[in-house]
Design a protein around this ligand. Structure first.
Ligand SMILES: [Zn+2]
Length: 152
């Protein structure tokens, strides 16, 4: 295997390939885990459908090119971040940094309608703005309840 076997989020049971087909497995299992009978959130289906739609749109828009892949990856990361944020109020660094580098790379090879200079400026502003808001908040409230400060 090239990747670790998938496990059910409810009970940790190993999933066979039949239980791991996007969308179809969920419909086939009627939204329930085959191992413990626990209901599987339709959110998984939504994420799978959205990701599938993102890949389809990218291929339709740009054919099977590198830029299509860049857009598809961007949407996949955005979808993941959206649902993780919704559930945990956190944006994991490995996802946001992947998105950052994806954008810088895309502009560096001239595949995005943004110059590399603008892309770097955008990244700097993207850091400075929340950082400044956090510092300002700390100054005013003398209290730091943000997770951002860990990185500076
Ligand atoms: Zn289960």
């Amino acid at each position: 295997m090239l990747w670790p076997a998938s496990t059910a989020p409810c009970c940790g049971s190993r999933l066979s390939w039949k239980e791991n087909i996007p969308v179809l497995s969920w419909l086939f299992l009627r939204g329930k885990c085959a191992h413990c009978g626990h209901g599987i959130s339709p959110r998984y289906i939504l994420v799978e459908l959205l990701t599938g739609a993102a890949f389809a749109w990218s291929a339709w828009q740009f054919d099977l090119t590198l830029i299509a892949l860049l857009y598809a990856l961007f949407f996949t990361l955005a979808i993941s971040l959206f649902f993780i944020d919704l559930e945990t109020f956190l944006l994991p660094d490995h996802l946001t940094f992947s998105m950052l580098w994806l954008g810088l790379f895309g502009s560096a090879i001239g595949y995005l309608p943004v110059t590399p200079g603008d892309a770097v400026l955008g990244a700097v502003l993207g850091y400075l703005l929340p950082w400044s808001i956090n510092k300002l908040y700390v100054l005013i409230r003398k209290h730091d309840n943000s997770l951002i400060h860990n990185h500076f």
